[in-house]
Write a protein that binds this ligand. Structure first.
Ligand code: MEZ
Length: 611
């Protein structure tokens, strides 16, 4: 045999044989008495593995782990869950709930293990936003995800145990990272493109977007005869940002926004319904006309596109350090895989698309201490990792103190009631039953004014027409947080304000709609009276929604260092960067930024491979 096989081959065969033996032993091993005992009583019995063992549903580790090596994707374990319990859609039929069905949600088709953990208490992604009464999923009692904030310093010295090579590495799987990946793939069909996502679910923060994406002079505005142009969007954005934005970046945003919506449309994501947003001179916030929320709609589109474009997506994979060579050029990233541990991904170019830090109270309160206790609309992964990682290798930061507080978080819930609802005709009233601002003022002004109202929360009042026209009120109804009545006076009683005052407020407002002018607060659009029964009220309060600051980039999305030079091989786009929105972002400009700058980053990454 030695004559035919070299030393290496022999070693390989021996290794394979050993692995097979271990595999067989593993496959046939049933739980020993100690394991059964430890998982059958006490805390462990309530974890999924424990519950399965003590209920006699699992005979051995193999009942759940069909593969002895657990991959970060957790696909093998999930195949096991599906084998016994059916798909997510099957489970949705079983858990068909009154209000919210956790198995049929805006998060789309996700792994069972995104919410259910085997050997520790489950921390469901969705319980960060929702409270499911009586939900016992082995067993978290509604626990929120732990803050992902861990001092990235502790990773400074970790040693990767193996390396992996790719051409373009994208950190973050939201709209920006996905757009960059697809653009790079279209520009370079042969490149290896990898996206890493630290959360168990892809889609980032942008998958929670409700309202839509700004685009000036879009194909859809043209069809509807809406007069708008990029210059107007530029002026609105600069004014909204209090003129501290980078004019160069805003010019790119507005001038390329027209094509960005067409880019999506040409690939099957149709954002054909423009609505009005705060601080905008035209209805340019585009969402799908089906009324679907823009974020989940685009997330589904991106998920499919990523799969169809042969782009590798690694979930449960957190970037913990950017690797540079002696000249300071980026050569890759150290990753902490949930199961695979620390390893290094070498890449010719790295794109940071990892979002902001709105869910990180420690980060936020460094700059705005008064916001420490303020709620957030952000998903729990929005911790500022990319900003910290970039800064550690010398990236400059801009506008880092500029944190956006969105005025309309649904009370006692992290769901934003979209600006489109006000754009379609909802009005604000305070506890005195009076309007107190133009409903389409910019977010900074509106939030500051709401903080000054009694109770620091207010009501959005609207009628059946608005409810039918914009679906973005639906979360309030699904969560049981909307009040309703067939009369304005009845609604006033529901929310505890004086009926006669609220009736006068609505009467006055309706007369302004007739006159097309709001003498009280100068609201720029008065689309419809509040006069079609039923009438509704939703209590809202301000919440941290977005961070305007981040890594400094140039017009090519190259990350700029503290000396003003591009850091070689490092690009960034989206909320991880600063400069586009200045001191205050206009609603709809974030989605526009993800597509516009995601495309530039993708083109630049593909370009970099040619060098
Ligand atoms: O861009 C946003 O944050 C946005 C449009 C939010 C919303 O009100 O829907």
């Amino acid at each position: 045999m030695k004559r035919f096989l070299g030393r290496k081959q022999l070693l390989l065969i021996t290794l394979l044989f050993m692995l097979m033996t271990i595999g067989i032993a593993h496959a046939t091993q049933v739980f020993d008495a100690k394991t059964v005992k430890s998982y059958s009583s006490g805390e462990k019995a309530s974890y999924l593995a424990g519950a399965h063992i003590s209920d006699g549903l699992a005979e051995s580790c193999d009942s759940c782990h069909t593969n002895s090596v657990i991959d970060d994707s957790e696909l093998d374990i999930n195949a096991g869950c599906i084998d016994c319990h059916g798909t997510l859609a099957d489970m949705a039929e079983v858990t068909n709930a009154d209000h919210i069905n956790p198995h049929d949600s805006h998060l789309g088709d996700i792994n069972c293990t995104s919410c259910h953990a085997g050997h520790e208490p489950s921390v469901t992604y969705c319980s960060n936003c929702h409270v499911f009464d009586g939900m016992e999923i082995s067993h978290n009692n509604g626990a929120k995800a732990k803050s992902q904030l861990d001092d990235l310093d502790k990773y400074a010295k970790v040693k990767p145990t193996y390396t992996y090579n790719t051409d373009i590495l994208i950190v973050g799987s939201g709209a920006t990272g996905s757009t960059a990946a697809i653009t790079a793939r279209e520009a370079n069909p042969g490149a290896k493109i990898t996206i890493i996502e630290k959360m168990p679910i892809s889609g980032g923060n942008s998958q929670l977007a409700a309202g839509g994406m700004n685009s000036a002079n879009s194909i859809f505005q043209q069809k509807l005869g809406i007069k708008d142009n990029p210059d107007l969007m530029f002026l609105d954005t600069m004014k909204g940002g209090k003129y501290i934005n980078s004019g160069v970046l805003v010019n790119i945003l507005s001038s390329q926004s027209t094509d960005a919506i067409k880019w999506l449309n040409d690939r099957g994501a149709v954002m054909d319904s423009p609505g009005m947003g705060g601080g905008a001179s035209a209805a340019r916030m585009h969402g799908p006309s089906s009324g679907a929320f823009a974020g989940p709609y685009l997330r589904d589109f991106f998920k499919k596109s990523i799969a169809n474009h042969d782009i590798e997506l690694r979930i449960n994979s957190k970037a913990v350090r950017i690797v540079t060579d002696k000249q300071g050029a980026v050569t890759g990233v150290i990753v902490k895989g949930k199961h695979s541990g620390y390893y290094q991904i070498n890449a010719k170019v790295v794109v940071l698309a990892s979002g902001g830090f709105g869910a990180n109270p420690d980060f936020v309160s460094q700059f705005r201490p008064e916001l420490r206790q303020t709620a957030t609309s952000n998903q729990p992964g929005t911790q500022g990792d990319g900003i910290i990682l970039g800064e550690k290798i010398g990236a400059a930061l801009v506008d880092i103190k500029e944190i956006q507080v969105n005025p309309t978080l649904l009370f006692d819930s992290p769901v934003i009631v979209s600006e489109r609802v006000r754009g379609a005709g909802a009005i604000f009233v305070n506890r005195d039953g009076k309007r107190f601002i133009s409903e389409l003022a910019t977010r900074d002004v509106t939030s500051a004014t709401i903080f000054k109202q009694k109770g620091a929360s207010v009501f959005m009042i609207f009628d059946q027409k608005v409810r039918d026209d914009v679906k973005q009120t639906s979360a309030a109804f699904e969560l049981g947080k909307a009040k309703q009545s067939s009369t304005i006076e009845g609604l006033a009683k529901e929310i505890g304000v004086d009926p006669a005052t609220l009736a006068k407020t609505v009467r006055d407002y309706n007369s302004y709609v007739d006159k097309k002018s709001d003498p009280d607060f100068g609201r720029p659009n008065l689309p419809a009276k509040v006069d079609k029964s039923m009438f509704y009220a939703i209590e809202v309060k301000p919440a941290i929604h977005y961070v305007m600051g981040g890594l400094k980039i140039n017009e090519k999305t190259q990350v700029i260092d503290k000396n003003g030079n591009p850091i070689p091989n490092l690009l960034a786009a989206g909320e991880v960067t600063g400069g586009v929105h200045g001191a205050n972002r206009l609603g709809g400009n974030s989605m526009a930024e993800t597509i516009v700058f995601g495309r530039i980053a993708g083109q630049q990454a593909a370009e970099a491979l040619k060098k």
